[in-house]
Design a protein around this ligand. Structure first.
Ligand SMILES: NC(=O)c1ccc[n+]([C@@H]2O[C@H](COP(=O)([O-])OP(=O)(O)OC[C@H]3O[C@@H](n4cnc5c(N)ncnc54)[C@H](O)[C@@H]3O)[C@@H](O)[C@H]2O)c1
Length: 276
């Protein structure tokens, strides 16, 4: 018997990386999955988004765990489309218990930018990471409340949601601002939803081995970051975590084992935030 048997989880950014890993892990623990992903590129971002084929592969991996998954292409910036995708999934499975607001971009760059490029990176990263997280919660909360069984929302922030990391350009500043903003969203929703036993927390990963961290634009950004070598290393002897490491924390936070854990900023960071 799994810790999430009979439960339904909504996961954004489910086509690859951490979102895919969360889908597979929560399915292995017994949950059915409603997953969305943009499956098309965002022009200001320095690396590609996932593809429809990758989203379909997530479905196959969930099914290999014995789970079921409804997957659709949806942009978290488009509230109406996101709500429609979630509503259809809840209609299909009949309930909603868990929300992983995971979709995100990191529009970091190391090159000369025009003002227009810089402003566009700020806007896009805030829209996806912060506005998209609000949209995800706004679409999901009525279903959680209507279920009357409590629930769990986990927002994926970052070590950059607790520390001042990101440089001088709009993409990096927007990343840090959005990930700090998610903490304010989480803390406020945690208070507002506690009477309904809906728990709300954030996870704060250090670098994770996904496309977001492993691409030429991010490599160039990090190579030129001031004191980028020692400053950005984890105290524990690990360069990057694997997506499954973050999924393990999520699996705990959304389970009944964490039934009174709410309002928490939960680092999964090999000691990164504690060292400074
Ligand atoms: N990889 C890291 O080092 C790292 C570290 C800390 C936090 N994070 C956070 O973890 C989360 C997951 O990122 P990842 O590491 O798996 O990277 P990733 O790029 O592999 O995955 C992100 C997924 O989100 C999707 N997505 C992007 N914009 C979207 C939108 N507007 N609507 C719907 N889907 C969208 C992408 O297509 C992709 O499938 C992000 O919120 C990221 O900020 C990542």
């Amino acid at each position: 018997m799994g810790s999430l048997d009979g439960k339904v989880a909504f996961i954004t950014g489910a086509a690859r990386g951490q979102g895919r890993s969360h889908a597979v892990r929560l399915a292995a623990d017994g949950a059915d999955i409603i997953g969305v992903d943009i499956c098309s590129d965002i022009a200001s971002n320095g690396y590609p988004m996932a593809s429809r084929a990758e989203l379909d592969e997530t479905v196959a991996l969930v099914e290999a765990q014995g789970g079921k998954m409804i997957a659709s292409v949806s942009d978290v910036r488009d509230f109406a489309a996101l709500k429609a995708a979630l509503d259809a999934g809840v209609e299909h499975f009949g309930r909603l218990d868990i929300v992983c607001a995971n979709a995100g971009i990191a529009a970091m760059a190391f090159r000369e930018l025009t003002d227009d490029e810089d402003l566009q990176m700020w806007t896009d990263v805030i829209d996806v990471n912060l506005v998209g997280s609000f949209h995800t919660a706004k679409a999901a909360i009525p279903h959680l409340i209507a279920g009357g069984r409590g629930g769990s929302i986990v927002f994926t922030s970052s070590t950059a949601g607790l520390k001042g990391f990101g440089g001088l350009q709009g993409g990096g500043l927007g990343y840090a601002a959005s990930k700090h903003g998610i903490v304010g969203l989480m803390r406020t929703l945690s208070n507002a939803l506690a009477p309904q036993s809906i728990r709300v927390n954030t996870v704060h990963p250090t670098a994770v081995n996904t496309m977001m961290a492993v691409n030429p634009a991010m490599t160039a950004f990090l190579e030129h970051y001031p004191d980028g070598g020692p400053h950005l290393q984890n105290p524990m002897p690990v360069g990057m975590l694997e997506p499954e490491d973050i999924s393990a924390a999520i699996a705990y936070l959304v389970s009944d084992a964490a039934r009174y854990v709410t309002g928490v900023t939960f680092p999964v960071d090999a000691g990164f935030c504690n060292k400074l």
